[in-house]
Design a protein around this ligand. Structure first.
Ligand SMILES: [Zn+2]
Length: 442
């Protein structure tokens, strides 16, 4: 069965077929680096990392780009308050961002474009839009002429009238139409660049389009981001691409749902954020990763301590089972060579159904059960197969159990403990047992 993905642009499940054979180009909107990320911000970071791993597991060659927005009003404000440069603020929070992504087990993207490295290209892009009548200069600002795009609203599925009445229309005499958005923003404070339109900085929607185009030079396969980016950010990215490139930028638009605290939206301004940096250790990072991955990706997650402890229990169960089985295989010199193709096929079948992770979780639970049963019944052949399959699936999901094989010294004590038990020399067995408990092996 082919991979079916829900495309937000068509609102349909579609078969995934990359534009260019086996190669997949994906771009995910990254953070604006002016603060630490909270666990809600971590959701796309975790989901798209998993998506890349899964596509690679299917045999695709994936190039994953995610940008850093290192110029923005929020960064400028923070820099002024802290009496630092925008660059200092942005670098600091960028580093913190990658610390956090590591904490939740996500790898760095292959390409990490920074908005400030593409300013001349952005100015050129805006110039082109002006030349072709899609943008206009108004008192140092440049706006995109939304009315010129016939299917504006195609992603958020809203017609222009709805958008206009729904949009929070700020009183702005500079615009021809309330929906027109900033391509270039005149700024009086903070970092600014010279341009033919006057001093200022590029708008966020333009940044992503230009970086995308510079990196991939044409349409990409997957454009991702949080659901809240659909409008206006992604809609406006599409509008600019339609104007100059006559395409929708990406073949598949994929959006992940929000993560809310049970009963409330988490927001920095409300001060009710749980920051990734405040997780105690990488184990907590993995529990969060599991919680996020095993929730249907397009739905809102309502985060609570109860939900977290549910996943904590699961994760600890996986750790216990894996540890026991791995050491037993090592002790008995059983190599983990074979895999259960039936289970791997099931895994693929579920994942191919637009990432049906709930079924994957059921599959993992049944593998854990099989491992424990074969341990008890001493069916070591089955144990090895199921153990390898279990590990393989967790690897694709990027869930690390942090369990290493025993060292020679540890294996020696482990073997002695087993031999003493076989010989019913319980006193000696206890001595070794204590040692193993001390080493956190039992
Ligand atoms: Zn973006």
């Amino acid at each position: 069965m082919a991979l079916m993905i829900y495309n937000s642009l068509s609102n349909k499940l579609e078969e995934f077929k990359p534009i260019n054979g086996n190669k997949v180009n994906m771009y995910v909107c990254g953070p604006t680096v002016y603060n630490y990320i909270h666990i809600g911000n971590a959701r796309p970071v975790i989901f798209y990392d998993m998506m890349k791993r899964y596509l690679e597991f299917l045999g695709y060659e994936v190039t994953y780009a995610s940008n850093i927005t290192d110029v923005d009003d929020k960064i400028i404000k923070k820099a002024l308050e802290a009496n630092k440069s925008e660059k200092e603020i942005a670098s600091f929070y960028e580093e913190a961002f990658f610390e956090a992504t590591k904490m939740v087990g996500s790898k760095k993207p292959d390409l990490i474009p920074h908005a400030t490295d593409y300013i001349p290209e952005m100015i050129e892009f805006i110039n082109q839009l002006i030349e072709e009548g899609y943008a206009y200069v108004s008192d140092g600002d440049v706006f995109f002429r939304v009315g010129k795009i016939k299917d504006y609203g195609c992603l958020s599925n809203q017609v222009s009238e709805d958008l206009e009445s729904g949009a929070r229309i700020s009183v702005n005499d500079k615009k021809e139409n309330p929906l027109d958005f900033n391509l270039w923003k005149k700024t009086e404070e903070g970092i600014q660049w010279d341009s033919p339109f006057g001093k200022g900085r590029p708008g966020w929607h333009t940044e992503c389009v230009v970086m995308n185009h510079k990196l991939f030079n044409g349409m990409i396969d997957i454009h991702g981001g949080g659901m809240d980016l659909k409008f206006p950010h992604h809609e406006n990215e599409i509008a600019q691409c339609e104007a100059l490139y006559h395409n929708h930028l990406a073949k598949y638009w994929i959006h992940v749902g929000r993560l809310d605290l049970a009963g409330a939206k988490m927001s920095k301004s409300l001060g009710n954020c749980i920051y990734v940096k405040d997780l105690n250790n990488t184990k907590e990072g993995m529990i969060l990763r599991s919680l996020i991955l095993f929730s249907p990706y397009r739905s809102i997650i309502s985060f609570s301590e109860e939900l977290k402890s549910q996943y904590e229990k699961e994760y600890e169960k996986w750790q216990r089972t894996y540890k026991q089985a791995l050491y037993e295989c090592q002790y008995r010199n059983i190599e983990l060579t074979n895999i259960s193709y039936d289970d791997i096929e099931k895994f693929k079948e579920y994942m191919n159904q637009d990432f049906n992770v709930q079924n994957v979780l059921t599959l993992i639970t049944s593998l854990v059960k099989d491992i424990n049963t074969s341990l008890r019944s001493k069916n070591y052949e089955l144990l090895a197969i199921k153990l390898k399959t279990f590990k393989e699936i967790l690897d694709v999901l990027g869930i690390d159990l942090f369990i290493k094989p025993l060292t020679n010294e540890e294996l020696d004590i482990y073997s002695k403990w087993n031999e003493a038990r076989i010989n019913k020399d319980f006193e000696t067995a206890d001595i070794y047992r204590n040692k193993l408990v001390e080493w956190n092996i039992l």
